[in-house]
Design a binder for this molecule. Structure first.
Ligand SMILES: [Zn+2]
Length: 351
């Protein structure tokens, strides 16, 4: 029995950001000239970073290590197909964890191709393990971007996004210092929810009759995971996206346009309502809904950030303080630390 890999002609990813600040990521399986959509994601620009920030990838890293072992156990016998079948299932599972794992499919596929052609020299069996390491670094980089660059609380520091990026880069909290990517091309895409995946051989008048218009759009066909990440990161920096901590649960969410929303749309634990829905219920005043833990944290954050501005604290000192404060804030929200103890910790360097 052949594994799924056997039936794939090739794999291709595509990423682009439209003018309405939506990030689109597509993964196709190729079948001759046809692109068969494997998955398609459209979401607000920056959501990728937030998902990386809150993702728990421990299980994913174990699966990647597992795949590495399986590749090592290939023998060149018929039993190999069962191993490849297992690898395909595991890659699928990873893609369900986070779409960036989609970049693993072309690697696994090219390993499969190389294997059935008796391993040529263009592939490295270690590519899967290296992918895991790169992913780990990407998560670190994304966390720093969210906390130190796009975090709206940082606006109070008086530094621009570019300046905040530079200082995050100088302090070494960003893992990567270039944003290179290839390959970029300009394509004609259908306006609306469609895409020109398969060449539509309609003439202009037929398209008009169907009410179809097209637009020129820059698209990325990433060669590697880094290409894809760098592209998304660069687009976020260029669009100057903003991220804000929710006043109830403290977790970051994307600010869309000039939105004044204070609460995120995540479900409150043990409730069927989101922070935002609870925040807009009439019998809750805004004050009641606000989590005192978050309020204490935000207040202290602002005071400490101001110290940087007045030269009473270095940016590095502030960053390590805010990391420690965030950790305690989350412990406190989770009920593992009392508000009194948290407040005492925040106050300990009060002047
Ligand atoms: Zn929330």
């Amino acid at each position: 029995m052949n594994s799924r890999f056997h039936y794939i002609g090739g794999v291709m990813m595509r990423c682009y950001v439209t003018q309405d600040n939506q990030e689109h990521i597509d993964l196709f399986e190729l079948n001759g000239k046809d692109r068969l959509p494997y998955f398609r994601i459209t979401q607000d620009l920056g959501q990728t970073l937030i998902d990386l920030y809150y993702g728990n990838f421990e299980a994913a890293y174990s699966i990647i290590a597992e795949i590495g072992k399986e590749l090592g156990s290939l023998t060149g016998q018929d039993t190999d197909e069962a191993i490849w079948k297992e690898i395909y299932t595991q890659v699928e599972e990873l893609i369900n964890t986070h779409f960036l794992f989609g970049a693993l499919l072309p690697i696994a596929f090219s390993l499969y191709r190389a294997h059935i052609h008796n391993w040529d020299e263009n592939v490295d069996k270690d590519d899967i393990r290296k992918f895991g390491n790169t992913f780990y670094d990407i998560v670190r980089d994304a966390k720093s971007l969210v906390e130190s660059c796009f975090n709206e609380e940082e606006d109070d520091s008086g530094y621009t996004l570019a300046e905040r990026y530079r200082s995050a880069s100088d302090s070494g909290s960003l893992k990567f210092d270039t944003m290179q990517y290839s390959h970029v091309s300009t394509e004609e895409l259908l306006v609306g929810n469609g895409h020109m995946d398969n060449p539509v051989n309609w003439d202009v008048d037929t398209m008009r009759r169907q009410g179809i218009t097209t637009v020129f759009q820059e698209v990325l066909y990433p060669d590697t995971l880094m290409d894809l990440y760098n592209y998304v990161k660069a687009q976020c920096l260029r669009a100057e996206i903003r991220i804000r901590p929710c006043k109830h649960c403290g977790r970051y969410f994307l600010v869309i346009g000039n939105s004044k929303l204070e609460y995120c749309d995540r479900l409150i634990e043990g409730s069927t309502k989101t922070c935002r829905q609870m925040g807009s219920v009439r019998n809750y005043t805004n004050r009641q809904m606000e989590n005192p833990v978050i309020r204490a944290y935000t207040k202290a954050y602002k005071t400490h950030n101001a110290r940087v501005r007045y030269g009473m604290m270095t940016k590095d000192e502030f960053q390590s303080w805010s990391r420690a404060a965030r950790w305690r804030r989350d412990e406190c929200v989770a009920g593992k630390l009392s508000l009194e103890d948290f407040q005492a910790w925040l106050d300990r360097d009060k002047t």
